[in-house]
Design a protein around this ligand. Structure first.
Ligand code: COA
Length: 248
């Protein structure tokens, strides 16, 4: 069985690839743990000057694994997701994302922590948290309204209305929209461009532009507290069961 998260370092760029294509890269707890470790290790390495997040052709990430949500609702699983969100929020290396296809839930909200996003033309960005009886996470309740304004963030995060690639670009979530086949090359080129810049100046500029880290981490924690409660709600349990029942 291939590794569900593949980490490759090449010429100053660390690529963290979600690799569970048969489940559209829905993130399991071990995948979150591997991604957290890859982010934290990168912080220790001067050689790594930029990080690229990638998925599979046609699927960047289908969000958290809903089977894991069910287990967490029953208290059977330790949440490592929050640990990942802390690592993501506290990460100080420039982050590029190569979004080769659908980006659902955290597949979209993790992009709010990225510095440069390249997306395939057919990508759909959606955050169906509320439809699942949940609430937005990854500090998206703070970062999305700041990025795109309250009305657009509300339609995305609360009404669960998806954005297509052009809309995501207009909302400021995406830099460049290209044909699916070119996504990784274009994203890697941007990552290499960033990696070639003076690292100290990049780090400081990024830090200044990111705003108050403590506010972001605090929002991650506040959302996580509510998210945990919502996982156990009747609304959420019914939505999870409906997801798995839909294919039968
Ligand atoms: N958790 C668990 N399994 C998931 C998943 C998720 N988040 N997303 C996709 N999968 C699984 C599907 O159950 C299916 O498994 P199966 O082959 O054993 O039936 C497989 O991945 C392929 O997905 P499928 O639904 O057949 O692909 P699609 O292209 O028709 O639709 C999605 C893709 C992502 C739109 C759809 O799978 C979906 O809505 N997933 C749930 C996304 C979600 O709500 N995530 C949580 C956000 S908070």
């Amino acid at each position: 069985m291939s590794d569900p998260v593949i980490v490759i370092d090449d010429r100053g760029v660390r690529t963290i690839r979600m690799n569970r294509p048969e489940k559209k890269n829905a993130l399991t707890q071990p995948m979150y743990a591997a991604m957290t470790a890859a982010l934290r290790e990168a912080a220790m390495s001067e050689a790594i000057r930029c990080i690229m997040l990638a998925g599979s052709p046609g699927a960047f990430c289908a969000g958290s694994d809903i089977g894991d949500f069910q287990k967490r609702a029953e208290g059977g699983l330790e949440p490592v997701t929050v640990d990942f969100l802390h690592a993501l929020a506290r990460n100080q290396k420039p982050l590029v994302a190569a979004v080769g296809g659908l980006a659902v839930g955290i597949g979209t909200t993790m992009l709010l922590h990225c510095d440069h996003v390249v997306a395939a033309t057919g990508t759909v960005f959606s955050t169906p948290f509320v439809k699942l009886g949940l609430i937005p996470e990854a500090a998206s309740s703070l970062l999305a309204p700041m990025l795109m304004g309250h009305a657009r963030a509300f339609a995305l995060l609360v009404m669960g209305r998806p954005l297509n690639a052009d809309e995501a670009k207009a909302a400021g979530l995406v830099n460049t929209v290209v044909e699916a086949a070119a996504v990784e090359d274009v994203a890697l080129q941007a990552a290499r461009e960033i990696a070639a810049l003076p690292a100290g100046a990049v780090a400081l500029a990024r830090k200044l532009m990111r705003g108050h880290l403590d506010d972001i981490v605090q929002r991650v924690d506040t959302e996580a507290m509510h998210f945990k409660e919502r996982l156990q709600s009747e609304e959420a349990r019914a939505a999870f069961a409906a997801f798995f029942a839909r294919r039968k």
